[in-house]
Design a protein around this ligand. Structure first.
Ligand SMILES: Nc1nc2c(ncn2[C@@H]2O[C@H](COP(=O)(O)OP(=O)(O)OP(=O)(O)O)[C@@H](O)[C@H]2O)c(=O)[nH]1
Length: 348
């Protein structure tokens, strides 16, 4: 076996269950030590905060989209980790739901320093059984995530009928007949289904994307949404979006609205968020937040995927930790002012 450190790239569209899977991996008794690299869309570090980190170290790349940070942050973080070899058995990279996994995977082949020390073990794609079919129609990222997968976790099977499940599985198979597929609820799979697979198949990827190994050049996706004008990459991203002909096909209407507030009154917040996600569910693809409810020693964490909401009290606010409420919405045609006013009206 090579002594290169194995890297698992965890991808999947917004809200599919990547963090759920990651937390499952990290909490299982495996006796291994992982370094986790998360990349998120949106400005405030909520994802990072929702990863259960016992011993793991979590590194955040939040400069916007991973395709732009990939040659910067990702390489830098991995090189930093390599200097501390021996401390990690494996690296897990969780990409944003809006990321194309290709440039991430590419890093492990075209960057010389990285490729000498790390090897891509597998691309694991979590797919949302309820929403994937719709996203395959309107989000090219979702299709690429399936195409690049070595392992597919078809999650949230509890939300669909057997017929719907068969249909979404047929759609997946039409794009990627090769990946190992697991049907799950709450991303419940044995660890060895996702880690230590030695499954990344370069030949297969080269057949989908012949220019995969050409550094910075020709990484091109044959998608209707291709465009080569600039897109908003998020704060902190000053990368040249035209370098080397790398083509992006970001959904330009996709935006994120991140809001902060002090303590929140649950009697105001709950009806507001319920009504909002029911009404705006089609446009709000993803929402999540960590809230400081009045007189509540624990943090309330809420999660939404379209109109489906989840929320519970999690760990205690730590002594000295600012009791601040943070919430983020990701979607299309969001009314930033209305969201801000609505949230502010929930102040305690
Ligand atoms: N009903 C149902 N909900 C699930 C399942 N798996 C995860 N969820 C919920 O779906 C929501 C999104 O899950 P996450 O794991 O945060 O998804 P993600 O892919 O990390 O989301 P982003 O990082 O924002 O793209 C959460 O509310 C989860 O509790 C499942 O199998 N069934």
């Amino acid at each position: 076996m090579s002594d290169k450190i194995p890297v698992t790239v965890l991808t999947g569209y917004l809200g599919a269950g990547k963090t759920t899977l990651l937390n499952r991996i990290l909490t299982e008794q495996h006796g291994k030590k992982f370094a986790v690299i998360v990349n998120e869309f949106g400005e405030i570090g909520i994802d990072n905060d929702l990863v259960v980190g016992a011993d793991e170290e979590v590194f955040e790349m939040n400069n916007g989209c991973i395709c732009c940070t990939v040659r910067g942050d990702l390489i830098r973080i991995i090189e930093g980790l390599m200097k501390r070899r021996g401390k990690f058995d494996a690296i897990i990279v969780e990409t944003t739901g809006l990321a194309d996994p290709a440039p991430v995977a590419q890093t492990f082949f075209v960057d010389e320093d990285v490729s000498q020390k790390a090897r891509l073990d597998a691309v694991v794609t979590v797919a949302d059984a309820k929403w994937l079919s719709a996203r395959l129609k309107d989000a090219p990222e979702a299709k690429n995530q399936i195409a690049f997968a070595d392992v597919i976790i078809l999650n949230k099977t509890d939300l669909v009928t057997p017929d719907e499940l068969a249909e979404v599985e047929a759609r997946i198979r039409a794009i990627n007949p090769y990946a190992t597929l697991h049907r799950t609820q709450r991303a419940a799979v044995p660890l060895d289904a996702v880690l230590g697979r030695n499954a990344f198949d370069l030949d297969r990827i080269l057949s989908i994307e012949p220019a995969f190994l050409e550094e910075g050049d020709g990484h091109h996706h044959d998608h209707d949404h291709d465009h080569d004008h600039d897109h908003e990459c998020g704060p902190g991203c000053d990368h040249d979006h035209h370098h080397g002909g790398l083509k992006h096909y970001h959904d330009e209407h996709m935006q994120s609205v991140a809001l902060r507030l002090g303590e929140v009154d649950p009697e105001k917040f709950m009806p507001w968020i319920n009504e909002l996600t029911q009404r705006e569910g089609p446009n709000i693809l993803r929402s999540k937040g960590i809230l400081a409810f009045t007189n509540e020693p624990k943090r309330f964490v809420f999660q939404g995927v379209h109109m489906i909401l989840d929320g519970d009290l999690q760990r205690d606010w730590k002594p000295g930790e600012a009791r601040e409420s943070r919430i983020v919405f990701i979607g299309r045609d969001l009314d930033r002012d209305a969201l801000r006013k609505g949230f502010e009206a929930c102040a305690a």
